[in-house]
Design a binder for this molecule. Structure first.
Ligand SMILES: *[C@@H]1O[C@H](CO)[C@@H](O)[C@H](O)[C@H]1NC(C)=O
Ligand SMILES: *[C@@H]1O[C@H](CO)[C@@H](O)[C@H](O)[C@H]1NC(C)=O
Ligand SMILES: *[C@@H]1O[C@H](CO)[C@@H](O)[C@H](O)[C@H]1NC(C)=O
Ligand SMILES: *[C@@H]1O[C@H](CO)[C@@H](O)[C@H](O)[C@H]1NC(C)=O
Ligand SMILES: *[C@@H]1O[C@H](CO)[C@@H](O)[C@H](O)[C@H]1NC(C)=O
Ligand SMILES: *[C@@H]1O[C@H](CO)[C@@H](O)[C@H](O)[C@H]1NC(C)=O
Ligand SMILES: *[C@@H]1O[C@H](CO)[C@@H](O)[C@H](O)[C@H]1NC(C)=O
Length: 475
């Protein structure tokens, strides 16, 4: 029998090797934030090249990067870095992959294998927020079969260190209040979430969630305190009446809701990765709390929370490591929707920082310079209009947008018809302004946005003139 005090030479050399590896890992950890990464979205027409972007990610001292595709022009330069990489199978490929192993093999062969031995690809995410899209519910049922096929393709190539997952939004949950009572939506709980969590559990993968305290707070700013959403330690707490657990920030509440929902259908041991989180630095007049001040505070606090050793986890899962990807690297000017959508970036497209934030989480609040005072942390009270943006415009595009706006609404463009009160001045920009405003006033309550591919902007200055009145209700 071997004594535990003696070690064979063979084992000793393993031990030396292990120690070498450990010291190598700790050297790396000293320089970068190994659990924190960033989402490198590319929906902008003014973004730096992939190799320059990668240098910027490294200069932010991040350890991970997540892509929304498997762009070889990004994966190639990533091979020269230590960054861990997450890639994505686009939503539109899910139907084919779910029904065909060869479609899955083809995707893996052409997108992952060429980089597998050089780029540190660690997560392969099949689809993004599939369960939030009610326009194509077939995709919901194709999701897990597609994930299984992708996993099978990896197994065929003996690839074991790439986790297969899918990113879900918080709307997979029916309720989050209180966290201990959270459940998945009944329309997906049995049909999608059970098989999904079974797969995640079997493959020791993660529940990848896009989680934004910003949206939870902004939807109901009277219910939640801003500081609580910004992860500020101001002594605010909430005690869950079901679990008795006490919370000091909204992010932990949302994460524990997911753990509860998973537990409610029999999976209480699955790990979470935060696939997206962040705070917008700018938004439209009718959007609350999107400013540089809040964005800086949130991301600084997030980095500090994630860098704490030993790991904090959450009240329901203390000590758990939660890999986290900030959304996003850049402000992306080609994203549609409200103004916030184009202002999630840590960086402007020219590569300069929108605000100072030490993403290794080491810097204290007091050692930062001053931030611009927030002016929109309370709802805007007043009237807002939507008009054609100033500056040089593409007349063809503006004409198409004008026709669209006139076609959608109810009497949207009557006032700009020949002889009516807003006909003169008879020019494209004036008519487009009237039409954009008229459209937006009719549809803003149901999610219509004042954007028109960047041709429209909100204004608080009444564009009415003479007898031409631009409608607007008080906000
Ligand atoms: C799905 O497969 C069909 C048949 O092979 C092919 O024609 C189609 O282009 C594929 N769809 C996508 C999105 O690749
Ligand atoms: C990776 O490299 C190893 C060793 O060179 C090789 O056996 C393996 O086939 C390669 N894998 C892929 C997916 O290229
Ligand atoms: C939120 O609180 C403010 C100030 O206390 C109040 O004026 C406003 O009506 C409240 N809004 C809602 C939606 O309850
Ligand atoms: C949890 O949900 C159940 C069923 O909806 C409800 O009866 C109960 O009051 C909730 N518990 C708490 C603490 O809100
Ligand atoms: C980068 O862009 C931002 C926003 O447009 C601007 O404020 C800043 O001055 C620019 N920085 C440089 C170095 O050009
Ligand atoms: C102007 O807009 C039209 C319609 O969207 C587009 O086809 C065209 O390429 C644009 N022209 C320029 C110069 O951007
Ligand atoms: C359109 O507007 C007119 C006049 O304001 C109103 O009577 C009518 O009900 C509206 N129709 C629709 C479909 O909203």
């Amino acid at each position: 029998m071997e004594s535990s005090f003696t070690t064979s030479p063979n084992k000793a050399s393993h031990l030396v090797l292990l120690l070498l590896c450990l010291s190598f890992i700790s050297i790396c950890n000293a320089e970068i934030s190994s659990k924190l990464g960033v989402n490198y979205g590319q929906l902008g027409n003014n973004l730096p090249s992939p190799s320059h972007s990668i240098k910027l990610i490294e200069s932010l001292k991040l350890g991970r990067v997540k892509l929304y595709d498997a762009n070889p022009e990004i994966l190639e330069p990533l091979s020269k870095t230590h960054l861990q990489v997450s890639i994505m199978v686009p939503n539109e490929l899910i139907p084919n992959i779910s029904s065909s192993q060869s479609a899955s093999d083809t995707w893996v062969c052409s997108n992952l294998l060429p980089f597998y031995n050089k780029t540190r690809i660690r997560n392969l995410l099949v689809g993004n927020e599939i369960l939030s899209d009610y326009s194509n519910k077939q995709l919901w049922y194709d999701l897990v079969p597609a994930m299984r096929r992708i996993k099978q393709s990896l197994t065929t190539h003996n690839i074991k260190n790439v986790k297969v997952g899918t990113t879900l939004a918080m709307d997979a949950l029916q309720t989050t209040d209180p966290p201990s009572n959270a459940t998945f939506r009944p329309d997906i709980s049995d049909s999608v979430m059970k098989p999904l969590l079974k797969f995640v559990s079997e493959t020791r993968s993660y529940y990848f969630v896009n989680v934004y305290t910003y949206f939870a707070w902004a939807a109901n700013p009277n219910k939640t305190k801003l500081d609580y959403a910004l992860l500020r330690r101001t002594g605010l707490t909430y005690t869950d009446p079901g679990s008795g657990l006490t919370y000091n920030n909204l992010l932990d509440q949302l994460l524990d809701s997911i753990y509860s929902a998973m537990g409610s259908i029999g999976y209480s041991d699955i790990r979470i990765t935060i696939a997206e989180t962040g705070w917008p630095s700018k938004g439209d007049f009718d959007q609350i709390g999107a400013n540089i001040y809040n964005a800086a505070i949130y991301n600084r606090n997030l980095a500090r929370k994630m860098a704490t050793k030993p790991p904090l986890g959450t009240p329901a899962r203390p000590g758990r490591v939660i890999p986290t990807f900030i959304f996003a690297l850049y402000n992306e000017n080609e994203k549609g929707g409200p103004g916030t959508e184009r202002n999630w970036g840590l960086l402007y497209p020219n590569g300069s920082r929108v605000y100072e934030a030490d993403l290794t989480g080491k810097k204290s609040d007091s050692s930062y310079g001053p931030l611009p005072n927030p002016t929109n942390n309370v709802p805007y009270r007043g009237r807002i209009w939507c008009v054609a943006g100033a500056g040089k415009v593409n007349a063809t595009a503006l004409g198409l947008a004008l026709s669209y706006a006139c076609g959608e609404g109810n009497g949207t463009c009557e006032s700009i018809q020949r002889g009516r009160e807003c006909y003169l001045p008879n020019d494209l920009v004036s008519h487009a302004s009237y039409a954009f405003n008229s459209y937006w006033q009719q549809f803003r309550r149901v999610g219509g946005t004042c954007f028109f591919n960047g041709l429209a902007v909100q204004t608080t200055k009444d564009p009415s003139y003479g007898s031409c009145k631009f409608p607007s209700q008080y906000n």
